[in-house]
Design a protein around this ligand. Structure first.
Ligand SMILES: C[S@@+](CC[C@H](N)C(=O)[O-])C[C@H]1O[C@@H](n2cnc3c(N)ncnc32)[C@H](O)[C@@H]1O
Length: 304
């Protein structure tokens, strides 16, 4: 085989011949190799060419990986933009200032801050998803869902309005795998009794309360679709001078029931109904028992 008139390529070893054909070995160097006719030099040249091929392949591989990574990052940045445009807070301390009073009843003792419900549904659900509130109180969840085009079903042992169905939520009258999110806001134990009904969990002792909440959480898990979230808004309490971490106790139940921990947010409480009603008396009691005023609620996130 003649590459050019001056080069008798037959004199080259096979790998180098191949390199000339593939243009990995420049013609002028091939000419010199033929002239030298030295097996040691040829061997070295084969090594150099192979190393170069490997290097070029690596560069190509890295370049392709970088393109894929930046495409992926672009996708993630789009998701971030959508979330922040919708007003989603992506950090774990929520300080909203005053409650936005378009939803629920501003004077209902233990109402959920409107903005907390908004954060849950904006971050974790989409338009037309079905949200369930098993302890709906004054109906904050219902009004937020309507404002953001979500479907909603609300239950309470003592309904305060027509769109809340009377129900003891230790058993929820819904099919398995039917809800896209459950927003659960149990009573602040020891702070307010919502009714005289025996099944009202706000009337129970701590142990009975936890046993009942286990059933409500179990039911919430049952009605949730796979991978969907249970959001529990809970305040820790001081009862008879003793601090009780309801958030930890309810989290333990969620974990035991096989839900996946998705973290929590701290919601700073300002100007709560109890604060407005009892003012300094609360602080006086807590100062006496060397406890702290719980000026935050905890928003727990669990996934089925
Ligand atoms: C903290 S409030 C919920 C407040 C509500 N998120 C709002 O924004 O107005 C707790 C509610 O749990 C309800 N409740 C107590 N025991 C219940 C039970 N066994 N089943 C269903 N609801 C119950 C109470 O009637 C009360 O309305």
């Amino acid at each position: 085989m003649k590459i050019c008139c001056d080069l008798d390529i037959v004199k080259l070893p096979d790998e180098l011949k191949q390199a000339v054909v593939e243009k990995a070995l420049p013609l002028d160097i091939a000419v010199q190799l033929v002239e030298l006719n030295n097996p040691f030099v040829n061997e070295k040249m084969v090594q150099v060419i192979n190393r170069k091929k490997r290097y070029e392949k690596d560069i190509l591989k890295n370049a392709l990986a970088a393109v894929a990574k930046s495409k992926n990052m672009k996708k993630k940045l789009n998701i971030l933009k959508k979330a922040t445009d919708a007003g989603v807070i992506l950090s774990s301390v929520w300080d909203f200032g005053n409650r936005d009073n378009y939803a629920g009843d501003a004077n209902f003792h233990g109402n959920a801050p409107t903005q907390v419900v908004e954060q849950c549904i904006l971050r974790l659900t989409s338009k037309d998803d079905l949200i369930v509130d098993p302890m709906a109180g004054s109906g904050t969840t219902i009004d937020v869902c309507k404002a953001y085009n979500r479907k909603v079903r609300a239950f309470d042992l003592t309904p305060t309005r027509k769109d809340i169905v009377e129900n003891d939520s230790r058993c929820i009258p819904m099919d398995d795998f039917s809800a896209d999110l459950v927003f659960l806001h149990p009573p602040y134990l020891g702070m307010v009794k919502y009714s005289k009904k025996e099944r009202d969990v706000s009337r129970l002792s701590l142990d009975e309360f936890l046993e009942s909440m286990r059933l409500v959480i179990m039911e919430s898990k049952r009605i949730l679709k796979k991978d969907k979230h249970l959001c529990i808004l809970v305040g820790n309490v001081v009862m008879k001078g003793k601090f009780i971490s309801l958030s930890r106790k309810l989290s333990n139940i969620c974990e035991e029931l096989g839900l996946e921990d998705c973290g929590h947010a701290i919601k700073i409480t300002k100007n709560s109904v109890s604060q407005r009603r009892r003012g300094k008396a609360i602080y006086a009691e807590l100062a006496t028992t060397k406890n702290l005023k719980q000026n935050h609620d905890i928003m727990l996130f669990w996934r089925k």
